[in-house]
Design a protein around this ligand. Structure first.
Ligand code: G3P
Length: 218
């Protein structure tokens, strides 16, 4: 199963009511049984899952604590009760301490919660593979939000990351600057099993058309 994760981030047109409108628009996308499309929404919008029961709504961040006296935290336990079974972690725009990463990945494995662990370099991938993440998202921060994609700019790193992940039973997703079908097909050819995209869809003049062209290229 190939993956396309749309990170709605925290743009004006992808939060609150507008997140709902955007996801509604994107439900009309091309359907492929071999492609799973997920929407990573702002914490404020996680309740959108109750409106879009058939869509894979995921969190942008999750904490390792259970439910209890934890002000401001988002627990896996509560997300799972509400039908959300996956989260990004350690995104370049929300980096966290390595001990917390380890604690969160370990807890997620026990609960069967999926963590997409975002890492910025091959060195980070080599280091964190030891904690046995099920999914790694490689995103070089300097390319995020731009027009030069990770697959054009870092093909050797994607290949190397894909070897490391395959040997460790981990799925590799890549992101940063992905805007075109060619960016996607190149990522897959280099060994990724999916892509993580934000501005290419969220800021597109035609978000549905953009999503469809990326889905077709997977
Ligand atoms: O999480 C996705 C991301 O950071 C990439 O952003 O705008 O380059 O697709 P963008």
């Amino acid at each position: 199963m190939q993956r396309l994760i749309v990170n709605l981030k925290h743009y004006e047109n992808s939060t609150g009511k507008q997140a709902e409108s955007l996801i509604k628009l994107l439900t009309a996308r091309t359907q492929r049984e071999d492609v799973k499309v997920s929407f990573a929404v702002s914490p404020f919008d996680l309740r959108i899952k109750s409106t879009f029961k058939d869509q894979d709504i995921i969190a942008q961040h999750v904490d390792p604590n259970p439910q209890g006296p934890f002000t401001g935290k988002i627990s896996m336990d509560f997300l799972m009760k509400n039908g959300i079974t996956s989260s990004l972690l350690n995104h370049s725009e929300y980096r966290i301490d390595s001990k917390i990463i380890q604690e969160t990945v370990t807890k997620a494995r026990k609960l069967g919660f999926e963590i997409i662990l975002c890492l910025e370099s091959i060195d980070e991938i080599r280091n964190f593979i030891a904690i046995k993440p099920t999914h790694v998202a490689y995103e070089p921060p300097e390319l995020i939000g731009g027009n030069i994609s990770v697959s054009k700019s870092k093909p050797e790193i994607i290949s190397e990351a894909s070897d490391i992940c395959r040997k460790n039973n981990c799925e590799l997703i890549v992101g940063a600057g992905i805007k075109t079908a060619e960016d996607v097909s190149k990522s897959i050819d280099l060994g990724a099993s999916g892509v993580l995209v934000a501005s290419g869809i969220v800021l597109s003049k035609d978000p549905l058309g953009s999503l469809n062209s990326l889905i077709k290229a997977l």
